[in-house]
Every structure is written in structure tokens, then in C-alpha cells.
Design a protein around this ligand. Structure first.
Ligand SMILES: [Zn+2]
Length: 603
């Protein structure tokens, strides 16, 4: 009986193994198990060159292996004794690049690929000294997610394929390289550094940054890297990092990666943060001076469980990474700063979700949690649906089963699938068994996952602090209160954001000007507040904000800000031409991830 069940389980779980159509690799035949990179970073020519040594495991008796590459110059392929192996780069496929097919005679289990990156290698952003804070040294960083790692390292680039890795990096002696593994904390005299990641990770989680970096410790397990000019400010902003790590462990179990550090990158970094293992890459736009935007760090830290420990099998299952992470992030913030604080984050997230669904259309397939990105760029799936609709589903489950039971489930989930990649269907099978879901409950879950939009009955997040903000908005709009009379003492960034987002779309220019005179939003140093303000008042015709938008777009490369702002500017008849011209200048300073998205606005 037991054996029959086991066999059935084996059959069903192999059926659930989804094929990743964003990779050329065939891990069911021959899979990458360990990679070693010997690489030289040449800033003058903007080239990374060297050798990738790949250890392979033949699952079937095949005579070839497929490696993902895109815009790489493959020079030679050898076996371990140095004997040349026959290889070919197959035809280019849109978004995916070119499969590197290598013939494997006999029992070869290790190969070496000599290669270099090209000017098209879109994971890489080479920054000139002028683009850095210190203005003295160049800077390089990589961004692997979703399918860009193959543009700087030839590997099997699928979230479902995990391998361990090590790297020897040599660079200019004035610079310090850091990676998504155990890192040095200071420069050495040779410019040669060794890195290791002894836990199996998918390729998109391999990352490198090289610059004039310093390190500052924040606690026994935590610390921050940045250019020296930003180090003190960064350390102050992230002073709760060690407490955050402890709060996360108290919620969902041991942090399994050793150290947890953050690197603050130059402003062109395209994302808020990227959860590279052991070393989160972060945008400097979260340095608000008052720790008010550090929920982003809680988010990246939470990925150490959801995403990095348990990973989406394919990019169609991306919500398994992000939905869990948003839920987890808010639980960390609740532990540290209380329920009122977490409630505000939940409401702002819900506002983002509604805006995204309205944008995409309530019936759009892209509003389903389980996506179908076949034939498209995997990056297309990175919308608020995965993040906020995913989180909202988990909130419904928490409500359905009670927080205690749901927390217990999550602990077991992270342990059970640690260092594995799973599909939505495997998750469904697991949760319905572990939480003993009734047929009705399971059907509700499936509606959330496989149907577009939002189901009819949901618990909409609410915040008592935001009710106060709403009252102030009403008093201001009706003319009962002047801006100076508004009761805004102790408002956090979140309250201000809610205030700005919910000002009516027909506010008079007089009122706009009054607000700006008192609160100086146009000149705000807080990126979220500045963004929300500019997005609100430029369409109202508030010309005093035009220049601030230009400066913002020329200095910040974070896609979350840049893309909607260019869309907004392009939609204003008075600014359309100007926006186009501005973009042609600003584009040079953006990472490819941001540039590719904004290109579509002007094409
Ligand atoms: Zn995330």
C-alpha cells in the first residue's frame, strides 16, 4: 500500500515538473551541477573574459549538452585534459539568445568554455566614474533576473536548475569585487579574489559588482557595502538590519545562508533591490534619511526563504517567489514596527494592485497568478500581479486557516522545499494536503491562481492611520483647512504617499502651489514622495515641477519610477516632444532592463 502511494507520488511529481521554455537546457538529459569561473574584469574595454568550468551530470546516456548563451563570444570548448570539443551556437531565438550545443564523447563530466562578453551583454552595466557617487572610479554591476545571466556567464540559465559555484575574479587593484556569495570585507594588494557559493542556486541568483567599495559591519551577521561617500548614510539607514534578520528567523526558521549583507549601488540600478544570496543589491533611492523605505530591505531579506531557498520552477510560477516574499516582508515589518505600520504597507500594495489590474484589464491573462509567458520575454511577468495579488491570496489563506496554523505551514513549506525549485501545481498539491483544504477551499485557491482579475469576495486591506489621512485630505479639498493647518505631525513616508496618491485629479493649481509652498514636495529628497507628487501634479499643469521631473529621470534608473514617469510625460501634449528628447539623453544612464521597457513607450 505504502509502496503504491510512493510510486503514485513519484509519477505525479514528475508530471508536475514543468518545462522551462525560457531555457535551451535539457536538464532531464544532462544537468549542470557545479560551475567555476576564472574571470578578468577589463574596465577599459568593458569586457569580462575568461573560462567557465562546468561540471555536468548525465541523467541519460546522451552525447551532447545544451548551455544557454546570449550575446557571448564563445572562443573554445575543451574537456578537462585540454582536448578541444566540437561545439556550435544554434540559431538565435528572440529573447532567449543562442543555445550552445557541445558534443560529449565518452564519459566526460567536466568541460571548460573560454569566452568573453560583448557590448550587447545586457546583464552588465558599465558605469563611467561620472556615473558614480565618488566620480573617481568606474563601476560594474550585473543583473541576472530573469534571463540575463546567460549574457555574462555561459550556464544552464533556468530557475529550475540549481548548481553550486565558485569564482576567481581579477580586477583593478583600486577596486573591490563582491558577489552573491561569501565576500571579502576589504581590498587586497593583488586585485585577485576568490568567491564561493556552496548551496545550489539557480543561475539568475549569480551576481557581481565591482567598484570603489567599502564595508561597514552592522551586527554579527550583517553589514553594508557602498562607495565610501555613501557608507555612513547607508549604515544609518540600515541600522535595523540585524534585528530584521532575527525577526525573520523568529517567523520562518533558521537563515540558511550564513551572512546577510547589503550593497548600495549607484542610482542607475534598475530595481529597488535584487535578492542576490548573501548580498542584496539595493538602489540608493531607498536612502530616505529616516529608515522609512527600508521595507524594501525586509523584502529582499525575505527572499532568502521565498525565492532563494524555495524557487519558482519556471517564470510562469514567478508569484511563488514574489507573493510569498511580499507577505513575509510585511510580517517582518509588523514584528519590528507594529501592526499599524504593516497595515499601511498592505493598503499601499493593494492600491498598486488595483492600478495594475486596471492597466492590464480585468480579463487579461497577465492578471492570472499562473502566467503563460511562452514566446515572450520572461521579464513581462514581473508585474504587481505576482507581488500583490500573490500576497493577497496568502492573506486570504491566513484568514481561512488562522495565523498560527498558516505560520506552521509556512515553516514546514520552507524546510520541505529548501534548495529546491517548485511549480505552482506542486505547491497546490502540498498545501491542500498540509492545510487539509476542503474541496471548496481548494477551488477558491484555483480561482485565484488560474482566473484573471480578483475574485468577488476578498478581505480588502485597511489602515486606521490612513483614515486620519483621508480626513485631512477631505478637509483640505473642501477648503476647511489650509495646508499649514493640516495635522501631519509624525506622518511617515507611507502616510504622505497615501495623501499624495489620493488627492483628487482635478485639484486647482492654486491648491497645488499652496501645498508645495508648505511641504516642498517638488524639492523632496525622498524618492517615493517626490515620485508620487510629480505623477500627480504634472498632469494638472503644474509647470514648476517639470524641471524636477527632468532631473529625477536623469539621475535615477529604477524602472518602477522611470517607466511610469515617462509614460505620464509622453501623455501630456505640452511635454510629449520634450519627453522624447529627454529620454534620448537619460537612456544612456539606464541599465538595459529599464531601457528596454521605456523604449516601448516611444516606439
Ligand atoms: Zn521580490
Amino acid at each position: 500500500m505504502i509502496r503504491t502511494i510512493l510510486i503514485l507520488l513519484l509519477i505525479s511529481s514528475s508530471l508536475l515538473m514543468a518545462h522551462d521554455y525560457h531555457s535551451f537546457a535539457k536538464p532531464e538529459d544532462c544537468a549542470l551541477t557545479h560551475a567555476k569561473f576564472d574571470l578578468n574584469i577589463d574596465f577599459e574595454n568593458k569586457v569580462i573574459s575568461g573560462i567557465a568550468y562546468l561540471s555536468l551530470k548525465k541523467v541519460k546516456n546522451v552525447k551532447e549538452v545544451f548551455i544557454d548563451t546570449k550575446d557571448l563570444d564563445i572562443i573554445s570548448v575543451n574537456d578537462i585534459s585540454g582536448k578541444a570539443l566540437t561545439f556550435e551556437l544554434l540559431e538565435k531565438v528572440e529573447f532567449l539568445g543562442r543555445a550552445l550545443r557541445i558534443e560529449l564523447p565518452n564519459d566526460i563530466s567536466e568541460i571548460s568554455i573560454r569566452y568573453k562578453t560583448t557590448t550587447k551583454s545586457s546583464a552588465l552595466q558599465w558605469l563611467s566614474p561620472e556615473q558614480t557617487k565618488g566620480k573617481k572610479y568606474p563601476f560594474l554591476f550585473t543583473q541576472g533576473q530573469a534571463i540575463l545571466s546567460r549574457t555574462w556567464i555561459p550556464v544552464q540559465d533556468s530557475p529550475g536548475i540549481r548548481f553550486t559555484w565558485e569564482a576567481n575574479i581579477s580586477c583593478d587593484k583600486n577596486l573591490l569585487p563582491v558577489m552573491s556569495g561569501l565576500n571579502p570585507q576589504s581590498k587586497n594588494a593583488s586585485g585577485n579574489y576568490h568567491f564561493e557559493m556552496n548551496k545550489p542556486v539557480p543561475a539568475y541568483l549569480i551576481a557581481l559588482a565591482v567598484g570603489n567599495l567599502d564595508f561597514k559591519s552592522l551586527g554579527p551577521k550583517t553589514g553594508v557595502y557602498s562607495e565610501p561617500e555613501m557608507l555612513e548614510m547607508s549604515a544609518l539607514e540600515f541600522s535595523d538590519l540585524e534585528a530584521m534578520l532575527q525577526a525573520a528567523e523568529a517567523l520562518y526558521g533558521e537563515y540558511k545562508w550564513g551572512r546577510y549583507d547589503v550593497i548600495v549601488l549607484p542610482p542607475s540600478f534598475p530595481f529597488g533591490g535584487m535578492e542576490n544570496p548573501m548580498l542584496t543589491f539595493a538602489t540608493p533611492t531607498i536612502l530616505a534619511g529616516d529608515k522609512s523605505l527600508t521595507s524594501l530591505i525586509a523584502h529582499e531579506l525575505a527572499h532568502s526563504w521565498s525565492g532563494n531557498l524555495v524557487t519558482n520552477q519556471t517564470w510562469d510560477d514567478f508569484w511563488l517567489n514574489e507573493g510569498f516574499t511580499v507577505y513575509f516582508e510585511r510580517r517582518i515589518m509588523e514584528s519590528l514596527y507594529g501592526k499599524d505600520y504593516a497595515d499601511m504597507l498592505a493598503v499601499l500594495g493593494y492600491q498598486d494592485l488595483i492600478e495594475t489590474i486596471t492597466d492590464l484589464g480585468n480579463e487579461s491573462d497577465d492578471t492570472k497568478l499562473k502566467l503563460n509567458l511562452k514566446g515572450r520575454d520572461a521579464d513581462d511577468g514581473m508585474t504587481d500581479i505576482a507581488y500583490e495579488k500573490g500576497c493577497l491570496l496568502l492573506l486570504q489563506l491566513e484568514k481561512m486557516k488562522g495565523r498560527q496554523a498558516f505560520d506552521k505551514f509556512l515553516n514546514e513549506y520552507f524546510n520541505n522545499f529548501a534548495f529546491k525549485s517548485i511549480s505552482t501545481e506542486e505547491f497546490l498539491e502540498y498545501i491542500s494536503e498540509r492545510l487539509a483544504l476542503t474541496a471548496d477551499e481548494l477551488s477558491v485557491m484555483k480561482t485565484w491562481i488560474y482566473q484573471p482579475g480578483l475574485p468577488g469576495e476578498i478581505a480588502i486591506p485597511s489602515s486606521s492611520l490612513f483614515e486620519n489621512v483621508d480626513a485631512e485630505i477631505a478637509a483640505f479639498v473642501s477648503g476647511k483647512k489650509e495646508p499649514v493647518q493640516l495635522e501631519v505631525k509624525n506622518w511617515s513616508s507611507h502616510e504622505w504617499l497615501h495623501f499624495l496618491r489620493n488627492l483628487p485629479g482635478n485639484l486647482s493649481l492654486d491648491k497645488v502651489e499652496n501645498l508645495d509652498d508648505v511641504f516642498e514636495f517638488t524639492a523632496s529628497g525622498n524618492s517615493e514622495i517626490k515620485f508620487a507628487w510629480l505623477m500627480k501634479v504634472i498632469p494638472l499643469g503644474y509647470k514648476k515641477a517639470d524641471k524636477a521631473a527632468d532631473e529625477f529621470l536623469l539621475s535615477v534608473g529604477r524602472r518602477k519610477f522611470v517607466l511610469p514617469m515617462f509614460k505620464m510625460l509622453a501623455a501630456q501634449p505640452r511635454l510629449k516632444e520634450h519627453a522624447k528628447e529627454l529620454y534620448s539623453n537619460a537612456r544612456l544612464g539606464y541599465h538595459s532592463v529599464t531601457a528596454q521597457s521605456v523604449d516601448e513607450v516611444f516606439n
